[in-house]
Design a protein around this ligand. Structure first.
Ligand code: NAD
Length: 517
């Protein structure tokens, strides 16, 4: 099968009036359809539960996004069993038939990209540009993993043995439980689900309760593009009850999780417990939190560094696992850095993200808002509040972009993931101390240095211990294919999503040796 070379989906140029109009139209279409009651799907059938739950626009809490089925642990068990029943037929499908469904889904998603992005604006408070990037990444994952799967199905290299015909084949694992977070509720949900399915596994997908509508739109798209419904089971409900039942089921063969450190650790522990009747070791792909830094050297392009810090710290309100939550700055440029940073942060326009001019929207829910404000209070005591520090106007969960300077390297706001628009600025004596501080948390996801000193670049390349390390570039915005993504230490299993090895986590290798002659 001849494949076109993979190319990243281009981002939309919203400075063009025709794109502005197209996006405004998509926002209006999505807004009109909000409030829908979504079913779950188990074994190809729609499931309606006794209880439901709602979610609301975090930027305008009077706007209901949707109503969802609040499934129980028993429903979760049924979903795993349905996926198990659907597994043999799906696993036996020729790879070319499976991949065509995902290529087709990528094409359809490209056609309807503004509609999906518009849902992200309302459901999780993304700005136009952030929503557009999330959808572009989702398209990329579909194309990229379908292309990789084609390669995985080709003969694998084995050393010839005289008198034998030997092969190594990659075969699917079984039922995968896919548990994505709400912060990239399309891209990460699509990536984890597509990787598991295209390799021949069946899936139970449980989206985060803050973002089930966008996940439902994706599931409907896959069904429309020919995915047999029993192959992908879509269940909604509380992670602590429903998610736990999925993780613990004896027929669950693997879990693909992206979310917080604490949930990841809990799942890690649960996955390691064999249930009565379980005949395998569950596999776990877990991508977790971050506490990411940009280290700014004495010799650097300071304006570029400031711009990178602003974009990485406050893009999507700091709610990215890769967000820059610490700027570690050389003492020689520290004061100048703060002087140039402040006006740029204060110029960020905040408000409902459906207005294109608003770069900063709300955080995702009340608990995120409260948590961020609590950390700001801690930060006021640990450092010097420079800007922000409170709520912003609007009928939603708006927290001002906040900068706290003079933060000691071991302070809580320097160590714990906040996941909101809060930047800690730390002063260091020299580059070597900067690297030590950069490595002083339990996480190891992304990081960046700004320096023009080649020796320092080399040193940082060796010592800055993160899964995604950047030089003279912001620490967010990894591209599928170009920046395989995943972290070290408590940031997870370093699965490298969007990288050439990613699919190996969803298959097992079978060696077949035949005596000949
Ligand atoms: P979360 O851990 O609260 O939830 C993630 C998912 O786990 C949700 O679907 C939730 O319903 C489910 N869940 C919760 N408890 C569960 C349980 N006991 N059993 C099974 N499932 C359960 O995380 P979140 O708030 O949705 O996402 C934010 C976190 O995700 C941040 O820590 C962020 O850094 C991390 N993240 C990491 C990456 C990465 O690639 N490393 C990417 C995006 C987000």
């Amino acid at each position: 099968m001849q494949l076109p070379a993979f190319r990243n989906e281009p981002l939309t140029d919203f400075s063009k009036p025709e794109q502005q109009q197209a996006f405004a139209k998509a926002l209006a279409t999505i807004e009109q359809g909000l409030g829908r009651t979504w079913p779950s799907w188990i074994g190809g059938e729609e499931v309606v539960a006794k209880e439901t739950f709602d979610n609301h626009d975090p930027g305008e809490v009077s706007r209901r996004i949707g109503r969802y089925q609040k499934l129980t642990a028993d429903d979760g068990k049924r979903a795993v069993e349905a996926a198990h029943a659907a597994f043999p037929a799906w696993a036996e499908r020729p790879m070319a038939q499976r991949t065509e469904i995902f290529f087709a889904t990528a094409r359809k998603l490209r056609e309807r990209k503004h509609l999906f992005s518009a849902m992200l604006v309302f459901e999780v408070g993304k700005s136009w540009a952030e929503a557009d990037a999330d959808t572009a990444e989702a398209i990329d994952f579909l194309d990229y993993y379908a292309g990789l799967a084609v390669r995985l199905a080709q003969p694998q290299p084995v050393t010839p043995v005289p008198g034998e015909r030997n092969q190594m084949l990659y075969i699917p694992l079984g039922v995968g439980v896919v548990i994505p977070p709400w912060n990239f509720p399309l891209a990460i949900c699509v990536g984890m689900t597509a990787a598991a399915l295209v390799t021949g596994n069946t899936v139970v997908l449980k989206p985060a309760s803050q973002s089930p509508a966008i996940a439902g739109m994706f599931v409907e798209l896959l069904y429309e593009c020919g995915l047999p419904r029993p192959v992908l089971n879509f269940v909604t409900g509380p992670g602590s009850v429903l998610g736990a039942a999925l993780v613990q089921h004896k027929l669950t063969r693997f879990i693909s999780f992206t979310g917080s450190r604490d949930t990841g650790l809990w799942i890690f522990e649960q996955a390691s417990k064999t249930q009565p009747g379980q005949i395998w070791l569950k596999r776990l792909v877990a991508e977790m939190g971050g506490k990411d830094s940009i280290l700014i050297d004495q010799e650097c392009n300071l304006d570029a560094a400031v711009d990178a810090v602003v974009a990485s710290a406050f893009g999507y309100q700091g709610q990215k696992c890769s967000a820059c939550s610490r700027a570690i700055v050389h003492q020689q440029v520290y004061d100048e850095f703060l002087k140039r940073l402040l006006p740029k942060v204060q110029a960020l326009k905040q408000g409902h993200p459906k207005d294109r001019g608003n770069a900063i929207g709300p955080v995702v829910d009340a608990s995120s808002k409260n948590k961020t404000l609590e950390y700001i209070d801690i930060g006021r005591k640990e450092g010097r509040l420079l800007t922000g520090g409170g709520v912003a106007p609007g009928n939603g969960y708006y927290v001002q972009p906040t900068v706290i300077a003079d933060v000691p390297p071991k302070a809580r706001i320097s160590q714990e993931e906040i996941f909101g628009p809060v930047l800690a600025v730390i002063k260091v004596q020299d580059f070597a101390q900067g690297l030590e501080v950069a490595n002083n948390t339990e996480y190891g996801l992304t990081g960046s240095v700004y320096t023009t000193n080649d020796q320092h670049k080399e040193l940082a390349k060796q010592r800055f211990h993160v899964g995604n390390f950047y030089i003279n570039r912001k620490c967010t915005g990894a591209l599928v294919g170009g920046h395989p993504f995943g972290g070290f230490n408590m940031s997870g299993t370093d699965s490298k999503a969007g990288g050439p090895d990613y699919l190996l986590q969803f298959v097992q290798a079978k060696t077949v040796s035949e005596k000949v002659g």
